[in-house]
Design a binder for this molecule. Structure first.
Ligand SMILES: [Zn+2]
Length: 739
């Protein structure tokens, strides 16, 4: 087995996390020293973070702090690492663990069940990292290669422990209870599902399922007799007594003391389901369901990854297809064959698709007619139960991924740390985002995503939910119905900045107190999608106060935020270009717009300063607007400015709200026009950098830039973007009320 140095580093990281460091202090320190020296300590810390190896991190950081400067690392412990043919790893002649390759045995095609398996395996990997200090050496969609610092590692034992964790009361509360309490599972309006039953893999899962049906039953019994009319007190008391009686009858029918205790706990848990949670399923035979759930034997869920020699090929066929043999059925979810009759002895529920497994479960079979539902094996049902990521109306599913080289925390861990609020659920690398925004249309409420487009809405919502510093180096895939759409990270980053400055909401109340769409924001989102950031800023900077926060003279942080956005606009175009010439050109174009903005802004601002105090607000606004209109032609611009100003000179200031345009203008003067600026630079009393410019600079800058954009359309676009930029920069002036 051949492994590279990076993988060797990973192996040592895992080994030290699992080892008593006092026995290996010298080699540990040499390893940490070398990683630190090579600038790889952040990466190392990230691996240890994933393992929750806090003790190891503390020891490493203590060592780094105590290192005398400029000491050479002693001999590199990586030299003492050897890997045998069988994957056994030796370190300093001792066996320290082994490299294991596992393959996915289940490869579903349908989005929802695919996500359920993906997120379960991802959680299992996270579990192995935390509990066994396992580290992933490589992975792809079919296989995982792990190093585990344990010579007796048994995957199946850990899988059993993992199931106890995933199907524990706490985890199921997050994945199952919260889910049914918040989202209607049936995609039909106000719809109710048939029985949804799942083979239980733990006692906790059994109790949650029973609790779900107890809650459903209670709701049926306590329901008011007539719609809308509350029961009388007597009636209500009678119903409560009925319910108590039903429960004690169920209790009596259970044979063993253990079961009775378990039932009592389920009854307590049933209080955790709210009105929606207890009205998701049909309830005519709830008592029978509860009895069955309580006595069914536990199901053994097969691990969906296995070593190569354990994979049974014979029984697998392409998932999504079905053949019914004499006694065998193929599962529509995973493609594995199973025997429904044999299973029936242990599990009384339906072995067929429901909304937990597939989106629109009854429309799956190509050959099927009407409501016939495809067969689904017990494993797929159980896996679907633990996944809160479902394609239900009113939610968006996004998968997050990062570069392998990214030094940020692992995604699962990161998502768990975020306070996403109860209504956004996570599982592995998947994020289920709630879409709580509606607008009034045709006398009813519709989801905003229906109106503006799911992709547009997803970009906006992610920008709202995730902090902007987390977005860099992340990639987003949106799941809509059965298709996957890549989202551009730069669009989300830009929207995040935009939203910080303007605090816009996607819906507004109109004068009749109805929800309506915030049209300027909708337009801004679409402009961002076309990489037109300046236009998007302008759209919101000129929106009404109800649509976007108005910029005023005091809006320092907002204006600073917008200048950062102008900078990020160019930077992220360059970063995303990946050698694409068209995109690099676009970035350069916007840097030129910024440079001309810097130069012309200085004159516009000077004109404003000259007139302020002498003239009323209306006149100041009119004169500045007039000057901005002239930026299409540098001679006209200078001519117009000369009308108000005493000379041909102005000063650019490198303020917070102008630093990017300032830097671009300065670069243009120095690098393109080859001017010596040393005697023009200065500092204000406050220490702010400044630069003196002249009318000639404007003429020369335009001349130099026009050479690059000789086509009419390009020139028009240049002056249009320049105007929008200046208008947005003077928004606080234009927002002032005249006398
Ligand atoms: Zn299956």
């Amino acid at each position: 087995m051949i492994i590279d140095n990076r993988q060797k580093d990973k192996i040592l990281a895992a080994y030290f996390a699992a080892t008593n460091l006092s026995d290996a202090a010298a080699v540990f320190e040499a390893f940490v020293h070398r990683m630190h020296r090579e600038g790889k300590y952040d990466r190392l810390k990230h691996w240890w973070d994933d393992m929750n190896a806090l003790r190891t991190i503390r020891a490493a950081e203590h060592h780094i702090r105590s290192l005398p400067p400029e000491t050479e690392p002693s001999s590199d412990p990586i030299e003492k690492l050897g890997v045998g043919k069988n994957g056994r790893v030796q370190f300093m002649e001792e066996p320290i663990g082994a490299i294991y390759s596992y393959y996915r045995t289940v490869l579903p095609q349908e989005t929802q069940i695919k996500i359920a398996y993906d997120s379960l395996i991802e959680r299992f990997m996270g579990f192995l990292q935390r509990k066994k200090y396992a580290i992933r050496l490589s992975e792809n969609q079919l296989a995982y290669v792990l190093f585990v610092p344990d010579i007796d590692f048994q995957l199946i034992d850990e899988w059993q422990r993992f199931l106890e964790f995933v199907y524990s009361a706490e985890e199921l509360y997050k994945s199952f209870t919260l889910f049914v309490n918040n989202w209607r599972l049936s995609n039909r309006k106000g719809g109710i599902l048939g029985y949804v039953r799942f083979p239980s893999v733990t006692e906790d899962m059994r109790r949650w399922q029973a609790a779900f049906y107890i809650a459903t039953l209670r709701r049926r019994v306590l329901k008011p007799d007539k719609r809308g009319e509350p029961d009388t007190d007597n009636r209500r008391t009678k119903k409560r007594e009925d319910m108590t009686q039903i429960l004690s009858k169920l209790h009596e029918q259970l044979q063993h003391q253990d079961l009775k205790l378990s039932f009592d706990r389920a009854e307590k848990l049933s209080r955790q389901f709210n009105t929606l949670g207890s009205s998701q399923v049909r309830n005519a035979k709830a008592e029978q369901q509860i009895r069955d759930i309580m006595v069914e034997p536990l199901h053994i869920l097969t691990c969906p990854i296995a070593p190569l020699d354990k994979i049974k090929r014979a029984s697998t066929r392409e998932a999504g297809d079905r053949i019914v043999g004499k006694r065998q059925t193929y599962c529509y979810g995973c493609g594995n064959s199973f025997s429904p009759n044999e299973r029936k002895q242990n599990f009384k529920g339906n072995l067929s698709a429901n909304s937990f497994v597939f989106y629109a479960p009854s429309q799956r079979l190509q050959s099927g007619t009407g409501e016939e539902r495809p067969s689904v094996c017990p494993d797929c049902l159980t896996v679907a139960f633990a996944s809160p990521i479902k394609l239900v109306t009113g939610t968006i599913i996004v998968q997050l991924s990062t570069d392998e080289d990214s030094h940020s925390l692992s995604i699962e861990k990161y998502l768990r740390m975020l306070t996403l609020g109860e209504l956004n659920l996570i599982a592995g690398r998947y994020l289920l985002i709630n879409c709580p925004e509606f607008i009034d249309k045709h006398g009813g409420l519709i989801f905003v995503s229906k109106e503006i487009g799911v992709k547009q809405y997803a970009l906006w919502r992610i920008a709202q939910i995730l902090p902007v510093e987390a977005l860099n180096n992340m990639y987003f895939t949106l799941f809509v119905d059965e298709s996957e759409i890549q989202l551009e990270t730069r669009h989300i980053v830009w929207l995040s900045h935009l939203s910080e400055s303007f605090l816009s909401r996607i819906t507004l109340k109109d004068h009749k107190n109805k929800n309506r769409l915030n049209a300027p924001l909708n337009q801004a989102i679409r402009l961002i999608q076309k990489d037109e950031v300046i236009s998007a800023i302008h759209r919101l900077a000129t929106a009404k106060p109800t649509e976007a926060k108005q910029l005023g003279d005091w809006s320092y942080s907002e204006k600073r935020g917008l200048e950062e956005l102008r900078e990020k606009h160019c930077e992220l175009l360059e970063k995303s270009s990946n050698g694409d010439k068209q995109m690099m050109k676009q970035a350069e174009f916007y840097r030129h717009v910024a440079a001309l903005t810097g130069l012309t802004y200085a004159y516009c601002d000077y004109v404003r300063g000259e007139l302020r105090g002498k003239e009323n607000v209306d006149t100041v606004q009119r004169e500045v607007k007039k000057l901005i209109e002239k930026v299409v032609n540098p001679s006209f611009f200078n001519y117009e400015a000369a009308d108000v100003l005493p000379g041909t000179r102005a000063t650019m200031y490198c303020n917070d709200d102008n630093y990017f345009c300032y830097a671009q203008a300065k670069r243009l003067l120095e690098d393109t026009l080859k001017l010596d600026l040393s005697d023009r630079e200065g500092r204000t009393d406050k220490g702010q950098e400044s630069l003196t410019i002249f009318f000639d600079d404007i003429l020369n800058a335009y001349a130099a830039i026009s050479q690059k954009y000789y086509k009419k359309a390009q020139q028009r676009k240049l002056s249009y973007q320049l105007k929008l930029n200046l208008h947005a920069k003077f928004a606080s002036l234009f927002n002032q009320k005249g006398d």
